[in-house]
Design a binder for this molecule. Structure first.
Ligand code: PLP
Length: 394
């Protein structure tokens, strides 16, 4: 009998994709649905970035390129890491250009994980963080990040979760789905914990440029002496509205990058050269950094809009925590005493608004739903009002 890879029996289909399919089906039947389920900026990629890609194509950048990434792009990444995080990386040996953040995470995990290794991952967290570990035959140990502690694990929970086989901690701050990120002191303590237990830290920082209320998240590698044990995963998707371009990077110690390079060479060969040229421009051009700032202000405005409506239509059946970063609200519907999938299904059917059920991000997400503010102000306002009106009817 032909057999399949059993690891995939342990992974569920993406709930976000599932919800997208449902929305498309309803829209095809003529229903008007407000889509607040997708983590994709509603802004267009800046035209000047497109011009660079087009020009590069015309200049013949349409063949294989260097699998590590062009040196000018790796230099641009190093410039960004120094400019935004105060970190020094050697573009020759410590940076790999990847097919988006997801591929940076893939090559990171491929490079360091052995079958049977335990990996600590906060719950809730983006589903791929755990799924990738499972695909690579590692064991996932979830560390609760409860709403009651601002969606950050209590420090003791890390200690409790540690096993003799633990090799890696995965962090994602600001977090998808909660937007939370810890204070620098917390990261210092966690890096100490990692050092004393010989653990890698894989830090997914794709939302690093999206933070509110003035407080900027600290990169996990920016803690003293943390760089040799930290792998930074990042991409241009969220920061520059470039999700469809599929370009990101891994910044890590040279011996990790050597493995990651082999993983990249044997999975994608290289990132399309004309895309690499556009990415180098996006990371360094000053007007594009202003564009990122404008997007951040637009999300901040929508975030305020949601908080104002929450105050205005006050309900004790849904708790609305202001996200510290990223572009999601993790709405707490636990007072309704229904499952997240029931809540999301009914909000979709009865209020015409699409959300993602919290358990898509782990067990701790039961009773919650993720609402993205990656839609127009009008849609965010109308959608959130409809959600609260629906809640009032329960
Ligand atoms: C936490 C997190 N990391 C990584 C990614 C992947 O981003 P990309 O592969 O588009 O760079 C996403 C996408 O939603 C995400 O939410």
């Amino acid at each position: 009998m032909l057999t399949l890879n059993h690891q995939f029996d342990l992974i569920r289909q993406s709930a976000t994709v599932g919800m997208n399919d449902r929305v498309l089906e309803l829209k095809a039947n003529g229903r008007k649905i407000i889509s607040l389920q997708v983590g994709d900026p509603d802004f267009a990629t800046p035209p000047s970035v497109m011009d660079v890609a087009l020009q590069a194509m015309k200049d013949g950048q349409t063949h294989y390129g260097p699998s590590r990434g062009f040196l000018d792009l790796r230099r641009a990444v190093a410039t960004k890491l120094l400019r935004d995080e105060g970190l020094t990386y050697d573009p020759q040996s410590e940076i790999l250009i990847t097919h988006g953040g997801i591929h940076a995470y893939y090559t990171a995990m491929q490079s360091i994980l052995n079958p049977g290794d335990d990996v600590l991952i906060p719950d809730p967290s983006w589903a791929t963080h755990a799924n990738m570990v499972i695909m690579l035959r590692g064991n996932v140990i979830r560390v609760p990040a409860p709403a009651e502690n601002g969606f950050i694990p209590f420090f003791e929970s890390w200690e409790k979760a540690l096993t003799p086989r633990t090799r890696v901690i995965v962090l994602n701050y600001p977090s998808n789905p909660t937007g939370a990120f810890p204070a620098r002191e917390y990261l210092e303590k966690l890096q100490d914990f990692a050092a004393s237990n010989n653990l890698w830290i894989v830090s997914d920082e794709v939302y690093g440029s999206l933070y509110y209320d003035g407080e900027k998240p600290t990169s996990a590698a920016a803690i003293d002496e943390a760089k040799p044990r930290t792998l930074i995963v990042n991409s241009l998707s969220k920061a520059y509205a470039m999700t469809g371009w599929r370009v990101g990077y891994l910044a890590a110690p040279a011996q990790v990058i050597e493995n990651a390079l082999k993983a990249g060479q044997n999975s994608i060969t290289c990132v399309a050269p004309f895309i690499q040229k556009a990415a180098a421009f996006a990371l360094t051009d000053p007007t594009i950094q202003q564009f990122t700032e404008q997007m951040r202000s637009a999300y901040a405005h929508r975030r305020e809009l949601v908080l104002r409506i929450a105050r205005e239509m006050e309900s004790d059946k849904v708790l609305v925590t202001p996200p510290m970063g990223a572009f999601y609200f993790f709405l707490d519907f636990r007072p309704l005493r229904m499952t997240s999938s029931e809540i999301c299904e009914r909000i979709l059917e009865e209020a015409g608004v699409a959300l993602v059920p919290g358990p898509a991000f782990g067990e701790q997400g039961e009773g919650f739903a993720r609402m993205a503010i990656t839609a127009s102000d009008e849609d965010v306002e109308a959608g959130f009002r409809k959600i609260l009106e629906w809640v009032k009817r329960q």
